[in-house]
Design a protein around this ligand. Structure first.
Ligand code: SF4
Length: 319
């Protein structure tokens, strides 16, 4: 791998809660994403993975931290410089229907970022670029004059991807891009994203709660819990040799195609519920549900440490 394209350093996003208290949705998360790679981000709903993606691109103003993109700290840019840099990083949303204006044709939707950024001077150039983008995502010229409601969920997500690609970005945050789609369509959208990555040398942060799909698309995977990164490792290493008790529990719940292995597998059922992220204590975020919790876990928060090459774990018991 070469140098990182994206370096997130100690990213925090807190929200004030009505009636007092602070909701720490993202509480000091750090990771690198290298050029051309896909970093997967997984965890149960409410773990802060989507807020991490949004805060990374300043769709939410960060509470703290640094987001270094090609050597520049995006969090320090003025609004006008941020607008210029925004071309380089884009977002693909979970629900393509909610993110596309139903009154606009597909052509107008895909052309919008080109028009706002004044990329082309003539309507003919814009039209040609829109058609090129539609073809790139597996749609055709005849789809340009249609409206979002005339499309299937998978086709709408293709329109969302075409819009995200309009400004030739380098980095895309894909926020649960397949979870609103039928299972039969999910693999098609994943394969399209992989194909586009190879063709256009894209770098992805891929956020999802489906652990098997994440393994398929990601070079490395990070596991989040209660606004913190619990474990981060190359995909195969994480799935074959998970070390954090939370990752081990999450992976124990994935069904395996081979019935023999499936029978031998022990499913770990996590007791209790994900605790509230409002005013969390300064201890291990997983302590209330961890089968291995000890006094040290109740007293201090473990740091994310590299335990073998490229494998990071935040747990007092993993040395
Ligand atoms: Fe469990 Fe303690 Fe490790 Fe936290 S630090 S995951 S509570 S063993």
């Amino acid at each position: 791998m070469t140098e990182p394209l994206v370096s997130a350093r100690n990213i925090k996003k807190y929200f004030k809660v009505k009636g007092g208290g602070t909701l720490k949705a993202v509480d000091g998360v750090s990771f690198d994403i290298y050029k051309g790679e896909t970093l997967g981000l997984v965890g149960e709903s409410g773990c802060g993975k989507s807020t991490t993606g949004r805060t990374l691109l300043r769709l939410y103003e960060p509470t703290g931290g640094e987001m270094i993109f090609e050597g520049k700290d995006i969090y320090k840019l003025s609004n006008s410089d941020l607008r210029k840099s925004r071309r380089d990083f884009q977002f693909i949303f979970q629900d393509p229907y909610a993110s596309l204006n139903p009154r606009m044709t597909v052509e107008a939707l895909v052309a919008e970022p080109l028009e706002i950024n004044k990329i082309y001077s003539s309507q003919k150039e814009i039209h040609d670029k829109v058609i090129e983008l539609l073809k790139l995502v597996g749609l055709s010229e005849e789809h340009a004059s249609r409206f979002p409601h005339e499309f299937s969920g998978g086709q709408r997500q293709r329109v969302g991807i075409a819009r995200a690609l309009a400004l030739n970005p380098k980095f895309i945050v894909c926020d649960e891009p397949i979870s609103a789609l039928d299972v039969s369509i999910q693999a098609q959208v994943i394969n399209l994203l992989i194909e586009l990555q190879e063709k256009l040398n894209l770098t992805y942060l891929f956020i999802a709660h489906d652990l098997s799909m994440v393994r398929y698309i990601s070079d490395r995977v990070g596991v989040m819990y209660l606004g913190n990164m619990m474990e981060l490792a190359p995909s195969d290493e994480l799935y074959e040799n998970p070390m954090h008790p939370y990752t081990i529990a999450l992976l124990s719940a994935i069904p395996i195609a081979d019935p023999k292995i499936q029978r031998q597998k022990q499913r770990i059922v996590l007791e209790g519920e994900v605790p509230s992220p409002i005013d969390p204590k300064d201890n291990c975020p997983f302590v209330e549900r961890c089968p291995k919790a000890c006094d040290q876990c109740r007293e201090s928060k473990p740091e994310l440490k590299e335990v073998s090459k490229g494998h990071f774990v935040a747990c007092h018991l993993v040395k």
